[in-house]
Design a protein around this ligand. Structure first.
Ligand code: MCA
Ligand code: AMP
Length: 502
């Protein structure tokens, strides 16, 4: 097996002139051009002191240059640490403090603010969406570095932070073997080849946009039609010239609203993939009716990459996430005892395989608590394997809201709301939302006579939280429903307010 970086070199050698990126309204970037920039960036990283194993943290806008920076980090043996561009100062402080990167690359607009963090151990440079910024200035004059640092499959390739249901965010450490094996399994399962032309409209700081969409394209030697933002009408326009789309369910909800989505406009496409959150069965059916394409739904996680997929050739079933990928094992267990359950029973979804991460960065106890003794990882999702062999996710054993494909951990928001003057306590829940799947909603108990309203709560926590984590609505109640053990009954709140966004 090759590392993703080695696959990139192989794809470049095989077809140097082929477009890796096609940018509507902008310039194409061939594999050879991308490689030239990767090698110049690798020289810059080396000059900046990035050694094998060093973290390179990146919070930039989506650009082809950011993908080149990712590949350059792999070339020098560094560990890539992408950060959501919506994270605010306080969130960034935590990630930098925890991961201790050698280099942090931000946007040109935020460079001045971040420069204050610079020290002997930490360099700060910038990279802009237009290929501008201090890092690119350095790359301009650099001599391309031709060699690469050989890496074992067990060496670290990336750290992706996932918020915790309790306490601090955890950095999931992914190895070269995790990335390479998952890309290989997906290429095989989805028949993805160098002939494919992927509409890439996802962000590139998560597994979905980076390690599914981009890694697969790079490993196959295919082409990405590169969009910096999701726009349903633009995607319908591009379908005639593309073969694959990968998206979160909100992409499909929005595409279905386009009058121009039809069998005709989708006739050149061979595959539509959905993941990161549950796809509504009604959207699955409506999409097939309108376009003739049954969406292929798959299931994954930051810690594991992709786990299961509906079949390429067999039935792609609404409401099901399919079967384990080649080389990956999935089982359903009793949540308490960890004992395997027979098909048909609902239990904890556990996974083992070359896709499963090494552990959480500097958190050995947390890591140990989420693995069974036989190295099965406990996903925190609840599911059932049917007689048909398909896995269906029926719920979550973790307190998590997924809004537009982004994970939001209630605990983090509740902590900030509870600290506001006049608040007794709060519960943050996800309620069915027609566009985002789930809408983040805060239910708050205020002190008697407190001067507090919906706007005040949102404003009070706004500057500490990325926008996508902020509650869309804040509801006030005299008290929160609790069970006999005193635990807040979030399921009851979800039932009471189920129609809030309808
Ligand atoms: C944008 N906003 C959101 C979200 N996205 N609010 C809540 N939840 C969101 N997901 C805010 C914006 O800040 C803006 O706020 C307002 O909503 C309207 O923005 P709009 O233009 O409608 O949004 P958009 O830019 O079109 O974004 C919607 C989106 C986006 C395209 C669905 O959220 C997206 O790209 N999601 C994909 C996430 C993803 O890649 N997930 C994979 C991670 P204001 O107006 O106040 O500024 S999970 C993963 O990787 C696992 C392993 C897996 O299985 O795949
Ligand atoms: P993250 O931690 O951001 O990687 O999110 C992973 C979580 O997203 C999983 O544990 C699931 O709860 C959810 N998820 C991913 N894909 C699907 C899917 N197809 N259906 C339902 N939930 C999904």
């Amino acid at each position: 097996m090759q590392t993703i970086y080695e696959s990139f070199i192989a794809s470049t050698d095989a077809n140097p002139g082929k477009a890796l990126f096609e940018q509507p309204g902008g310039a194409d970037v061939s594999y050879a051009e991308a490689r030239e920039l990767v090698e110049r960036l690798a020289a810059v990283l080396t000059d900046l002191g990035v050694q094998p194993g060093d973290r390179v943290a990146v919070q930039t806008d989506k650009s082809t240059q950011t993908i080149c920076l990712y590949l350059a980090t792999l070339q020098v043996g560094g560990v890539y640490l992408p950060l959501n561009s919506a994270y605010t100062g306080a969130e960034i402080d935590y990630f930098i403090g925890d991961a201790g990167p050698r280099l942090f690359v931000c946007t040109p607009a935020t460079l001045e603010d971040h420069k204050a963090r610079e020290s002997g151990e930490l360099r700060i440079e910038s990279l802009g969406a237009a290929g501008d910024g201090s890092l690119m200035d350095l790359a301009e004059g650099a001599t391309p570095r031709k060699d690469h640092v050989a890496r074992e499959m067990s060496d670290h390739a990336a750290i992706l932070y996932t918020s915790g249901t309790t306490g601090r965010s955890k950095g999931a450490v992914l190895t070269h073997g995790n990335l390479a094996s998952n890309a290989a399994a997906l290429l095989e399962s989805w028949r993805y080849t160098g002939d494919d032309r992927l509409i890439h409209a996802l962000p590139i700081f998560h597994i979905h946009g980076l390690f599914v969409a981009a890694n697969m394209t790079i490993a196959a030697g295919a082409t990405m039609i590169w969009l910096t933002k999701f726009d349903a009408e633009q995607i319908v326009d591009l379908m005639g010239d593309a073969t694959v789309l990968m998206g979160v369910p909100t992409f499909y909800t929005r595409l279905l609203k386009s009058d121009r989505l039809s069998r005709d406009t989708a006739s050149n496409m061979r595959l539509f993939v959905s993941g990161s959150a549950p796809l509504l069965a009604e959207d699955h059916r409506a999409f097939e009716e309108k376009t003739g394409h049954p969406i292929l739904e798959r299931y994954g996680m930051t810690e594991t990459g992709m786990i299961t997929t509906n079949p390429y050739d067999g039935a792609r079933k609404p409401g099901a996430v399919g079967m384990a990928l080649p080389g990956v094992e999935v089982r359903i267990t009793d949540r308490e005892t960890g004992k395997a359950l027979p098909d048909g029973k609902i239990g904890a979804i556990e996974v083992r395989g070359p896709n499963v991460f090494e552990g959480y960065w500097k958190m050995p106890e947390k890591t140990a608590s989420e693995f069974r003794d036989d190295r099965f990882f406990i996903t925190g999702d609840l599911g059932q394997i049917g007689e048909d062999g398909y896995l269906r996710i029926v719920g979550r054993d973790k307190d998590l809201v997924i809004s537009g494909g982004y994970n939001v951990y209630p605990k983090e928001i509740e902590g900030l709301i509870d600290d506001l003057p006049g608040v007794v306590e709060s519960a943050v829940i996800g309620l069915p939302h027609p566009d985002l799947g789930e809408g983040v909603t805060a239910v708050v108990v205020a002190e008697p006579g407190a001067d507090l309203d919906e706007k005040g709560v949102i404003a009070g926590i706004g500057d500490q939280l990325a926008r996508f984590k902020q509650p869309r609505r804040v509801l006030f109640v005299p008290e929160l429903p609790r069970n006999v053990m005193g635990k807040v009954q979030k399921a009851e709140l979800r039932k009471t307010y189920a129609d809030l966004y309808k």
